[in-house]
Design a protein around this ligand. Structure first.
Ligand code: GRF
Length: 183
């Protein structure tokens, strides 16, 4: 599979720790996830979002080409911060999965954790789902709740959610690869 990331890469690290077969890590910027891939000796593709601005379609085609070059047949988004266009969902039809730090359909988008806090949610969590061209949409594969504490900040709450994601996401990916979950 190919893993798409833009951030610190702790979810990528959990996927690697679970010994899942990662053929390539693709990042849209230099980031912690890129350093993790380099350190682990996993092939790395850097498709810089800024090099393609504002052309989302051309960026998406570059991502598809890079994934195809590594014979990827399952794509795992792990904190990838660029919205991709239709061609990637055509190329890997129903074979792109994502982890999102809220209980979808609540709190879609890039600010799910602060949005849940600002709304006063008492429970949030994470969702593993099939990614579609609509952002943070698509069939839900797994969810787990996280209780919001009265003293939580964005970072303490996100870290507790990520602790769950690091366990749940590799487990779901393993079940997909084993054919136990059919996409
Ligand atoms: C995760 O919470 C993921 O759900 C969100 O970005 C975070 C990635 O964390 N989309 P990391 O960069 O893997 O630590």
């Amino acid at each position: 599979m190919g893993v798409l990331a833009s951030g610190g890469g702790s979810i990528l690290q959990a996927i690697l720790d679970a010994r899942l077969p990662v053929a390539v890590v693709l990042v849209d910027r230099d980031c912690g996830a890129a350093a993790i891939a380099r350190g682990a000796g996993i092939p790395l593709e850097v498709v810089e979002r800024v090099s393609y601005l504002p052309d989302r379609l051309a960026f998406t085609h570059a991502v598809v080409d890079a994934l195809r070059a590594h014979d990827v047949d399952l794509v795992a988004m792990a904190g990838f911060m660029t919205i991709l266009d239709k061609p990637v969902f055509d190329a890997f039809d129903g074979r792109i999965v994502n982890t999102h730090p809220s209980l979808l359909p609540s709190f879609r988008g890039a600010h799910a954790v602060p949005d849940a806090l600002a709304f006063g949610a008492k429970v949030t969590g994470c969702t593993i789902h099939v990614a579609t061209v609509e952002v943070d949409d698509g069939p839900i594969l797994a969810q787990e709740a996280v209780v919001v504490g009265v003293d939580d900040t964005d970072s303490t709450l996100h870290e507790r959610i990520k602790t769950v994601e690091r366990r749940l996401y590799p487990a779901v990916l393993a079940r997909i690869l084993e054919g136990d979950i059919r996409l």
